[in-house]
Design a protein around this ligand. Sequence first.
Ligand code: SF4
Length: 283
Amino acid sequence: MARPFGNEVRIFPNKFVFSRALHYLCPSVMATIIYPSPIFGPVRSRRLGISLGINLLPNDGKWCSFDCIYCECGLNGERRPKAPLPTRDEVAAALESQLQHMKDEGQHPDVLTFAGNGEPTLHPDFPAIVDDTVRLRDRFCPEARISVLSNSTQIHRPEIRAALLRTDNPIMKLDTVDANYIRKVDRPQGRYDVDCIIRHLTEMSPGVIIQTMFMAGEGVDNTDDSYVLPWIEALKSIRPRQVMIYTVERETPVPGLEKAAPEILDGIAEKVRQAGFDCSVSY
Ligand code: SF4
């Protein structure tokens, strides 16, 4: 699940740089970002504070069960990785090393975030890696929260739901409930049944957080009531702890996508709040 931190400043040892500087990692595709793996950052996020990224995907490309036309990592076909997934042991060792380094430097992460070059729950050892992360968090930075940015495609698997719920913030994608829009914009790479996804998100209530990308552009506008109202009905079934709405922030791999205007996002957020849910907005 890309787009881990929104507008933010990324911290590389002892200095702060704006996130767009990370584009140097993929000079051939300037609009997209491939993150280091298995650990990147820390990153200073206005929303999350100091966040350390945990990327369970390869470090040379993207692997995702969606192929979103707005993905900041680029399109799947353009970013196929050759490197292997990091192993459970490699993730644990790199995380321990970075947490020790931060402790030595007097830095305290506010959040450890599973994010990066694709969908973290695709990693075959995701549940065990969550347990390792909880153990290391408790040892080095017990106040830090653990977040996962996920596209929800693996939550039909009970062990994945259980692992997500062992984290503090399972932040799950639900861009719309319109199957045609999902096919056009999120582009699932296998079978995807939105009713099934909503049912499993409901099983994760009340711990789950829903994240939704709203955008404009010819044929890809999910901001009007024909999309928003059925999506709010789904929220009423899911009963999430929080709803995070956001919009296109950077250049997108498919051209022609536009940001949803701030007043449009504010209007959607107000409807979500009127339905009884906490809602945050990133413009
Ligand atoms: S879910 Fe979409 S935005 Fe997230 S990594 Fe996959 S393709 Fe990219």
